[in-house]
Write a protein that binds this ligand. Sequence first.
Ligand SMILES: [Zn+2]
Length: 107
Amino acid sequence: MTKVRRQPERTCVACGVKRPKRELFRVVRAPSGSVSFDASGKAQGRGAYLCGEAACLARATARLAHALETLVSEEVMADVRTQIEAHRDAPVHGRAGAQGGAASGRR
Ligand SMILES: [Zn+2]
């Protein structure tokens, strides 16, 4: 595969697995204090990451609350789960096409 050494890694707050940032799902606490799923991965505020495993989603509420230093309501969690499940099933990163520049990274 392509060399992706520079990709920043993030840790799932529920299970602790490390993955490249783009493979994780971000939940953000906006400066206003509201917590929501961050589809863009760039929303302003304090972020926490989830890997999307069902087991992690199941116990994410307390972990997110801890990571974001705020309360996370069940309503917010329901939305986060829904969104993660939707994104997980979709081909997010479209690996099909050669993205160019991979010539020397062969393994
Ligand atoms: Zn996880």
